[in-house]
Design a protein around this ligand. Sequence first.
Ligand code: SDX
Length: 427
Amino acid sequence: MSQSVILTDSHNRTQVEMPVIDGAIPAKSLQKLRVTQDGAGLVSYDPGYQNTAPAISSITMIDGMAGKLLYRGYPIEVLAVESNYLEVAFLLNNGELPSTAAAARWREEIQAHATVDPFIVDLIRSFPRDAHPMGILISALGAMGTLYPEAKEVLDSDVRRRQVYRLLGQLPVVAAHIYCHGQGIEAEEPKADDGYIGNFLRMVRNFGLETAEEVPAIRAAMNCLFILHADHEQNCSTTAMRSIGSSHADPYSSMAGAVAALYGPLHGGANEAVLRMLEEIESVDQVEGFLQRVINREALLMGFGHRVYKNMDPRATLIKTLAYSVFEVTGANPKIDLALALEQTALGMEYFQARRLYPNVDFYSGIIYQALGIPADYYTVLFGIARAAGWLAHWQEQLEDPAQKIARPKQIYRGPDERAFVPLEQR
Ligand code: SDX
C-alpha cells in the first residue's frame, strides 16, 4: 500500500505529499498548505479528538469493530481468568508478564511503599461523611503530591518507579479509608500477606460480606473487575493523565486530574449513572417508554455506546457472566433482569443498531457492585484505583517518548477582531 498521500489544494493547485505511518499522517504536514505570512498553514479540526492520535503507544490495543481488547498483546478474556491484578499492573507498566522472582520483587516494593501518611487519613476524615468519594479521592491525590517533592523529577526513571510503587501501594489504602469514612467505620489495619485485592477488601471489611462462602467470591470478582478496568488506551482520563503529565507535573497531580476526568458520567461515572437510571426505570414494563425517551434525545442510555467499540465491549460480556457467579453467593440482584431487558430491547431497535450502540464496561459493573453491598457513589472509585495501573503506564510511556511535547493544541478562532477599549462612562 502507498506509504504517502498527496493533497492538492483546489485554491492554488499546490500539492503536498504526506507520509503515511501506521495508518496516520503527521498533522504537521498540513502546515505546508495555505502558508500565511507568519508561516502558519492548514490546521486539522477535530473536536473530542475523534480522529486524532496524540501518541504512539505499545500498551493496549482495541479493535472496536471486532470487540477485541489486548493488554501488551494478551487478550483480556485470558488475563481476566488466568492472571491477577498485580501481575497485570506489572505487564502494563513493564511490557512483559513477570517471572516468579520479578513478581515477588514487584509485590514487595509496592507493599514497602504502601504506608499512607496520617495527614492524608486526617484529610479524608475532614470531609463531610456524605461527601462524594470521588471528590475526596481527587483531593487526596493532590495532597499526596505535597508529600514527595522528589516526584517532580519526572525525567529520572528511578524516581518515576518509586512513585509507581507508592501510588499502586497507597491508592487501595486511601480508597479504603474513603469508604470507611463514608460508612462511619474504622478501616481494618492493612496486612501485607493478604494480597493486593485481599488487603483492600479486608480494610473495607469485605463491604460487609463475611461468610466463608462470600469472602472468596468477592475477592475473585474484584480481582477480575480490577483487571478489566486496568487500562483502555487513550480514553478521556488517560488523555488527562498524559496531558497534565506532559507539562512535567508530578504523577500525583496528574492522577488527580485523571480521576477528575473519570468522575464524569460520560466516562467512569457512568457505572453509578447506570444504577440511578435502572432505579428510575423501575420495572421491565417501563423499558420501552424509557428507550423512546432516549430516541427522543430526552435521556442517554447510560452504560451504552463507545467511541471505539462498534460491537459488544468484551469487558461487558465478561462482567455479565461474572455477575451470575457473584449472584450464586450474594443472591441475584433483580436489576440484572431490568438491565438484560434494556439491552435486548435496545439492540432490537433501529436507533441503536444504526449507531452501533452496545453495552460498554459500565453497563453491568454497577449491578455486581450493588449485589456486593457497595454504595453507588463508590463504584467509580473502584474504577479509578483499578485504572491507576494503566494511567501510570501511559504516564511513563509518554515521558520516555522523545517525540512527545507539552500538550498544547491549536484552535480555530471566531472571536472579535482587535478593537479599542471603551471606558465605562462611555458604554
Ligand atoms: C467509558 O474511551 C474509553 O475507552 C472509555 C472507557 C474506558 O475503559 O476508559 O471504555 C470507559 O467511559 C465507557 C463509556 C461510559 N459512558 C456511558 O456509558 C455514557 C453513555 N454513552 C455516551 O455518552 C457515548 O456513547 C460515549 C460518551 C460513551 C461516546 O460518545 P461519542 O463517541 O462522542 O459518540 P457520540 O456522542 O458522537 O454518539 C454517536 C451517536 C449520537 O447520535 P447522533 O447525534 O449521531 O444522531 O450515538 C448517540 C449520539 O446521540 N449515542 C447515544 C448514546 N451514545 C451515543 N444515544 C443514546 N444513549 C447513548 N448512550
